[in-house]
Write a protein that binds this ligand. Structure first.
Ligand code: PEP
Ligand code: MN
Length: 346
């Protein structure tokens, strides 16, 4: 249930509502907002009786049962977008944020060069996997802790924030020591032990959509992280499996617009995994800007032909710089429409 209090409801009225919720055997999960308080309620009980009682309680504007199985990530719960600020950069606000870098951290020179290349072109975060989920056990599995240390070195050299993948709940604390944002890969979107641990990791999380997952399942996975205590979640569309074989995955652009209606969480597009082809990445990136995504996660490698993973979809330094330049007129339109949205929300 979600209880919206009247504008300027008093503290006493909020306290009475809270008591009544508890009398019905429910739990208050969170209380949001200052001028207009919205209370999120979880638990099992007599919903109809509880709703009727709350609607009749002074200070309550509306008490609604949430039809969607996810609550805290829904737009109903929080009509305004969630803003997540990391190292002074805000996702979900008035900035379109680009995160870029190689698929994997391979060695010191490669990651430092990558960091300089993407920083120079305007990216704010360096991506790079230290723990790699590979289909074949014989493929490069990542440098693990050594890779995390190299990412830290690149952060100190360039000032970029770091986003890197964590694959298991046992590694969350370790990766959180080094990363500014924890990436959850498509293959782990429904690793529930991992999702629960992320609730307590103290870092923002970028949750990638599973390659065979629905939008609802993606939101349910995000709900796990938020319900376990971490509201700083971003979602990432990275392409899904369909009958189409011309691209590595099918980029579900409509998911970005649909998510914008269903959730207040920031939404990022990964055009690299979504297509598997570097030639398609700039077009998809423009589309992400046009459709109102909050940012991009792009694979860039100093020498893609030598990459240990995902070289075919990685942009080279020149291609990335050109793409960033070509995005700029679209970004001006993006900023205008985002300002208008923010003004309308106020
Ligand atoms: C990656 O970002 O390199 C990656 C493995 O992505 P995904 O989980 O989307 O396949
Ligand atoms: Mn990759």
């Amino acid at each position: 249930m979600i209880i919206s209090m009247k504008l300027h409801a008093t503290k006493e009225e909020v306290a009475t509502v809270r008591r009544r919720i508890e009398e019905f055997g429910y739990k208050v999960h969170s209380i949001e907002g200052e001028e207009r308080v919205v209370i999120g309620v979880v638990g099992v009980g007599d919903v109809t009786a509880c709703l009727e009682s709350l609607e009749a309680t002074p200070g309550v504007e509306k008490a609604v049962r949430i039809s969607a199985p996810y609550k805290f990530v829904s737009r109903e719960f929080r009509p305004n977008k969630t803003e997540i600020t990391v190292r002074g950069v805000t996702f979900g606000g008035s900035e379109f944020v680009v995160m870029a870098g190689p698929c994997s951290v391979e060695n010191e020179r490669q990651i430092l060069e990558s960091a300089e290349i993407v920083a120079r072109a305007g990216a704010k975060f360096l991506r790079g996997g230290a723990f790699k989920p590979r289909t074949s056990p014989y493929d490069f599995q990542g440098l693990a802790v050594e890779g995390l240390k190299l990412l830290d070195q690149a952060r100190r050299a360039t000032g970029l924030g770091i986003i890197t993948e964590v694959m298991s709940d046992g590694d969350v604390n370790l990766v959180a020591e080094y990363a500014d944002i924890l990436q959850i890969g498509a293959r782990n979107m429904q690793n529930f032990a991992l999702l629960k641990t992320l609730g307590r990791c103290g870092r923002p999380v970028l949750l990638k959509r599973g390659m065979s997952s629905t939008i609802k399942e993606l939101l349910m996975s995000a709900e796990y992280i938020v319900a376990h205590g971490n509201p700083q979640v971003m979602l990432c569309e990275r392409g899904i499996r369909t009958f189409e074989t011309a691209t590595r995955n099918t980029c579900d652009l409509a998911a970005i617009a649909a998510l914008d209606e269903l959730t207040h969480l920031p939404v990022i597009l990964d055009p690299s995994h979504a297509t598997g082809k570097r030639s398609l990445v700039p077009a998809l990136s423009r589309a992400a800007v046009a459709i109102g995504a909050d940012g991009l996660l792009v694979e860039v490698h100093p020498a893609p032909e030598k990459a240990l993973s995902d070289g075919a979809q990685s942009l080279d330094p020149k291609q990335f710089a050109a793409m960033m330049q070509d995005l700029s007129p679209y970004l001006k339109l993006w900023e205008r429409s985002r300002m208008a949205e923010v003004a309308a929300a106020r």
